[in-house]
Write a protein that binds this ligand. Sequence first.
Ligand code: 13P
Length: 256
Amino acid sequence: MKSYIVGNWKMNFSVGESSVYLHKLLQKTRAFRDIEVIVAPSFVALQPLSLQVDRKKIRLAAQSANPHDFGAYTGEVSYTQLRGIVDYGIIGHSERRQLFHESDKDIRASVAAALRNQITPILCIGETETEHTFGETHDVLRDQLLGGLSEVSAEDISKVIIAYEPIWAISTTTDSRIASPDEIGEIAQFIRRTLVDAYGESTAEAIPLLYGGSVNPTNAGAYLTVPGINGLLIGGASLIGDQFIDIIETAKKVKD
Ligand code: 13P
């Protein structure tokens, strides 16, 4: 399976800055057969960057979108409108769930909408610090995972990517801490078992599972060698060109 290195730029960079930054990334990265590099700029930058990007090197993702195809949804952008502009869509990020009250229903509709529009969903799941402390992690992850995938046909399940981001380990939250590779390994096994139980071994084994939460050039190698982890979803470090490139190079070394 390929490795996936995904940079979530969140609400950072103007359109001009996004374009300059993409230019720098394109100059400094090569086309890899076994590594998919993906960046998720803000909406306003997606269309111009789609004309600039070299898809052999870097693919674009949306950070979120509305699951309806068209209609009276003031201020929203749909996966249908993003079709041809992005190849991937980040769905159910904890910031969308927490700050914008996206429900499991919204998230499952988004996964279905992305697939309907030939956009690969990157479904994010993750527990809060409190859920973690009270030993509820497995229940929360199972619900988010199976809830998010419940409208996906058996045939489409293998087109989905899962990203595990424990909310307590995301650097932008107030009291974040680093998740150890052992902790991530245990959760990766749990997620894979849950997928195997739901969809069977061969389908489940083909679904890429990414880790996200305070990934940086120093710890990227350790996360990438956790059994069952197929890539990284990166926030802060993806905004710094040298760090993001460094992580891509690390992924290449791990692959080789
Ligand atoms: P950080 O890498 O800044 O912890 O962010 C993780 C994240 O939320 C990526 O989607």
